[in-house]
Design a protein. Structure first.
Length: 345
């Protein structure tokens, strides 16, 4: 059997670990493995190369992906699904292992409906996929954001400032919530709960009145902002679109910092962590989780479990339907965020 592996969407710590795991497990099943260049582009443009034990050695700890990545969705390209199926047949590909987030795996689910045998592996620093408790890459992103918050604490205290830390996550607040709790943030703003900046400003004033002369505010990039109770909530964007046609988020940290300084009179600065959260060496947790996903996905191919994704439930890796995993975003539950609120202030 010949299987093809692709990585799609944003780069993510742990991608190379999962590629390595698929190749190693494939040897046990006597599968041949090829890598597809730049996500679904590899099948659209007929670009692939052999993946072997030799050319995947030494990549466990490396960030990024040796396969390259893109956000191209074949279903948005004229005749894209037909090209994918034609090229898969041309090269004798019996199964595709698609490693990606909501966009990549939504395309995988649709292509399976068109007849492509596909297995998914959940990858995203945002942790927004249903069907899995955690995605690999998330732990690394949270660790990086937490370290940044720790470092910003000292400068905020030294200069008696408010520092707003903008983190990734698009339309979910998992990174903000986890890193905010771990880093001891004084307020956390997430997309799941529209932020009333008047309330946040009063909260910071109470802290200063109580003798604390600095504060850390963590805000997720897709947080809905309400300047006052009678104003509509809105998401701040750059106005541009990414490769997948999605609106590029960005600027919420600067907006929140300006508004809080205006409302409180406290000197306020913003730190936008950006792509540093998803680059570089994966944590040990993400290396292990990625390796487990890769092994399990290869076993799913051997069992013929197509149209499904490897997912983590508790500490057990299991198989879930791709359609279920990509139907809606996995948001931070209210009761989970209530834990974070205990520490505000």
């Amino acid at each position: 059997m010949r299987i093809a592996v692709l990585t799609g969407g944003g780069d993510c710590p742990g991608l190379n670990a999962v590629i390595r795991a698929v190749v190693r497990r494939a040897q046990n099943h006597r599968f041949e493995v090829v890598g597809l260049r730049d996500g679904w582009k590899g099948l659209l443009e007929d670009r692939m190369f052999p993946l072997t034990r030799e050319n995947t050695a030494g990549i466990l700890h490396r960030g990024g992906t040796i396969l390259g990545t893109s956000r191209v969705n074949p279903l948005t390209v004229e005749g894209g699904a037909e090209k994918v199926l034609s090229n898969a047949k041309k090269h004798g590909i019996d199964a595709v292992v698609a490693i990606g987030g909501e966009g990549t795996l939504s395309a995988a689910a649709r292509l399976h409906e068109h007849g492509l045998p596909v297995v998914g592996i959940p990858k995203t620093i945002d942790n927004d996929l249903n069907g899995t408790d955690y995605t690999f890459g998330f732990d690394t992103a949270v660790s990086i954001a937490t370290e940044a918050i720790d470092r910003l604490h000292s400068t905020a205290e030294s200069h008696k400032r408010v520092i707003v830390v903008e983190v990734m996550g698009r339309h979910v607040g998992w990174i903000a919530t986890h890193s905010g709790i771990a880093g001891g943030a004084d307020a956390i703003l997430v997309p799941e709960e529209p932020a009333d900046l008047g309330v946040v400003a009063e909260h910071l004033k109470r802290r200063y009145a109580g003798g604390t002369s600095f504060s850390i505010v963590v805000v997720a990039e897709g947080t809905k902002i309400r300047a006052s109770p009678d104003e509509p909530e809105h998401v701040i964007t750059s106005g541009a679109l990414d490769e997948a046609g999605r609106v590029r988020l960005g600027g919420v940290g600067q907006y929140v910092a300006q508004e809080l300084e205006r409302r409180t009179g406290f000197e306020t600065r913003v730190s936008v962590l950006g792509h540093i959260q998803r680059g570089g060496t994966p944590t040990a947790h993400d290396r292990v989780l990625a390796s487990r996903f890769g092994v399990y996905a290869c076993d799913m191919v051997a069992r013929g479990e197509f149209g499904r994704m490897a997912g983590l439930r508790g500490n057990e890796v299991t198989s879930v339907a791709l359609a279920d995993a990509t139907r809606t975003l996995k948001r931070v539950p209210a009761e989970y965020f209530d834990v974070a609120k205990v520490f505000f202030g």
